[in-house]
Write a protein that binds this ligand. Structure first.
Ligand code: ADP
Length: 189
């Protein structure tokens, strides 16, 4: 199963991606987690991206594409969370999948309003203390989502491969909507 999960910050995409991965025994490839682990380990990559993450800016496309290319070389199936975030990344992903003759089964979009996103992220800031959950970094991340990631959403919508899920419900309700969508795509795909 090759699934892509898109949605703004605070849409619950990380949580849902982890649940889909666990339920289906598919690796969860979360770019934010990979980058934060590199920062925590103090690797060269981590030192390079730490200030970018703190500001809520995007890591350069080339670096992200290289990172995903390495993962796709070893994973046959995946729940991809946090990539692609720009049109250049989406084009690179298409090319990589073409090269290995594989396609995505499902592209999910978790929809939540900016108000709800901001409310959830500020709540998480209090609970988890993530460095990029400051009001400034949150506003920057949402701005970049609208500017650079929404065109990616549009690209998949135009292809007819987007499944839109209302993310403003409880975690369990969202998960069962996703499970239904995945089941349908297995049946039809
Ligand atoms: P969120 O969706 O809440 O911003 P993530 O954990 O997905 O959280 O990402 C955290 C940070 O990691 C982003 O703000 C960005 O700096 C960096 N990042 C993750 N994925 C990408 C990507 N595909 N392209 C560029 N930067 C990325």
């Amino acid at each position: 199963m090759r699934v892509l999960i898109l949605g703004p910050q605070g849409s619950g995409k990380g949580t849902q991606a982890a649940r889909i991965a666990e339920a289906s025994g598919t690796p969860h490839v979360a770019t934010g987690d990979i980058l934060r682990a590199a920062v925590a380990d103090g690797t060269a990559l981590g030192r390079e991206v730490a200030p970018i993450l703190d500001r809520g800016d995007l890591v350069p496309d080339e670096l992200m594409v290289g990172l995903i290319r390495e993962r796709l070389a070893v994973e046959d199936s995946f729940v991809l969370d946090g990539f692609p975030r720009t049109l250049a990344q989406a084009e690179a992903l298409d090319a990589m999948l073409d090269e290995i003759d594989k396609a995505l089964d499902t592209v999910l979009l978790l929809e939540v309003s900016d108000e709800e996103s901001t409310r959830r992220l500020l709540g998480r800031a209090a609970a988890e203390g993530r460095a990029d959950d400051t009001p400034e970094a949150i506003a920057n991340r949402l701005r970049l989502y609208h500017e650079l990631t929404e065109p990616v959403v549009e690209r998949y919508r135009q292809r007819g491969s987007l499944v839109e899920i209302d993310g403003e419900r409880s975690m369990d309700e969202v998960f069962s909507a996703i499970a239904n969508a995945l089941e349908r795509s297995q049946v039809t795909g």
